[in-house]
Design a protein. Sequence first.
Length: 107
Amino acid sequence: MSKIIITIEIPDGATVNTNSGRATGKTASSNKPFVERPDPPQPDGYCEIHDADWRLVPAGVSKTVKNADGSPKRYNAFWACPERGCDNKPPFNRDAPAATSAVDELF
Ligand SMILES: [Zn+2]
């Protein structure tokens, strides 16, 4: 077996991780502790697909998504299209973070 020496130039300040191969730094959202928030204010606009006003879905517990420890995943209230299964969502409101993919979890 022959040996090849590879020289890699590393800029100052950069770090080299020779143990790579596993993606790190990204944890499943289900591992994040649930943070209860007040009901978000009604967003602007409406679902243009269904010509329907946004509907407030009250906070609750997911029937299909569980936390890492097996307990049901909770979600905060969010605004969504009243049409069942519609993925259209109100524009993101910085002051009222909406639960992501909560629509899928509900139906
Ligand atoms: Zn819709």
